[in-house]
Design a protein around this ligand. Structure first.
Ligand SMILES: *Cc1c(COP(=O)(O)O)cnc(C)c1O
Length: 234
C-alpha cells in the first residue's frame, strides 16, 4: 500500500474509534481532504483510493482552487476553507459545495449577490473564533446571533452550520472544551428558531485533534497533514 493509502486507512480507523466512543454513525462525519499546496497528482491518488465514494477537497486560496478545479470531474466536491476576500467571491460561487469561512455580513452579502446572479444557493458555515485568539478570523460568540439574523434574510444563502479553527496545542484534549462550546452554540442558536436558520454541520477538528472533535460532535473534519504528510510551502 502506498503512503497516502496507508494514511487514509489509519485515519479511517481513528474515525471509526471516535464514532464508537461517542455513539455516532460513520455517515454523519465527513472526512474533508485538505489539499492546499498538494499537487494534482497527490490529490488524484486520494481520489482513486476512495474510488466511487464522493470525495471532498478543501482549499484555502482562490487562485489555487481555480487552477485545480478543472482538473477533476464532478465526482469531486470542493469546499472553501480559507479567509475569503470579497473581491474574489465571484470566482468561486457556483463551484464550491460549501464555504466554511464566512465571518461578516459584508462577505455574506457578496456571496448572496453572486449566487443570485448565477441562480444558485450557496451553502455556508459561519466561522467562529471560539478561543478568542487575536490572530484568528471568525466572529466572536457575542456577535453570532446578530450576524445570523442578517444572513437569514439572504435568499441565495443557506447557513448549514458553524466552523472553528482551534488553537494548535500539544495535547488535543486541550481543545475538547472549544469543540463542545461550538456544538453548544449550534444547539442554543437552533433553539432560538431564527427564521430560515436550522444548522446541522459542525466543521471542527484537524490533523492534530480530529478524534477529539468527532467525540464532541464534529460533522466535518478538515484533515491535510495526516493524509499527505507535512506540507511544502515552496
Ligand atoms: C490547513 C488547514 C487545515 C488542515 O490542517 P492539518 O493540520 O494539515 O490537518 C484545516 N483547516 C484549515 C482552515 C486549514 O487552513
Amino acid at each position: 500500500m502506498g503512503f497516502i493509502a496507508t494514511n487514509l486507512k489509519d485515519i479511517e480507523e481513528k474515525i471509526q474509534n471516535s464514532i464508537k466512543i461517542s455513539n455516532r454513525s460513520r455517515k454523519d462525519v465527513l472526512l474533508l481532504a485538505v489539499t492546499k499546496t498538494q499537487s494534482v497528482e497527490s490529490m488524484a491518488k486520494v481520489a482513486s483510493d476512495v474510488d466511487n465514494k464522493i470525495l471532498s477537497f478543501g482549499e484555502n486560496k482562490v487562485q489555487e482552487f481555480i487552477e485545480k478545479y478543472d482538473k477533476f470531474d464532478e465526482k469531486i466536491k470542493w469546499h472553501f476553507i480559507g479567509h475569503l476576500q470579497r473581491n474574489k467571491v465571484k470566482q468561486i460561487v457556483g463551484k464550491v459545495d460549501l464555504i466554511h469561512s464566512v465571518d461578516s455580513i459584508r462577505l455574506a452579502t457578496e456571496i448572496n449577490k453572486y449566487s443570485h446572479q448565477q441562480d444558485c444557493i450557496t451553502n455556508i458555515l459561519i466561522e467562529v473564533n471560539v478561543a478568542k485568539e487575536d490572530t484568528k478570523n471568525g466572529v466572536l460568540e457575542d456577535e453570532l446571533v446578530a450576524i445570523l439574523e442578517e444572513i437569514s434574510k439572504m435568499e441565495y444563502i443557506k447557513v448549514k452550520g458553524l466552523m472553528t479553527v482551534a488553537p494548535f496545542v500539544d495535547n488535543p484534549e486541550e481543545n475538547r472544551k472549544i469543540f463542545s462550546k461550538l456544538k453548544q452554540l449550534l444547539v442554543d442558536i437552533n433553539e432560538k428558531k431564527i427564521h430560515n436558520i436550522n444548522m446541522s454541520e459542525l466543521s471542527m477538528g484537524m490533523t492534530n485533534d480530529y478524534a477529539v472533535a468527532i467525540e464532541e460532535g464534529s460533522t466535518i473534519v478538515r484533515v491535510g497533514t495526516a493524509i499527505f504528510g507535512k506540507r511544502n510551502y515552496n
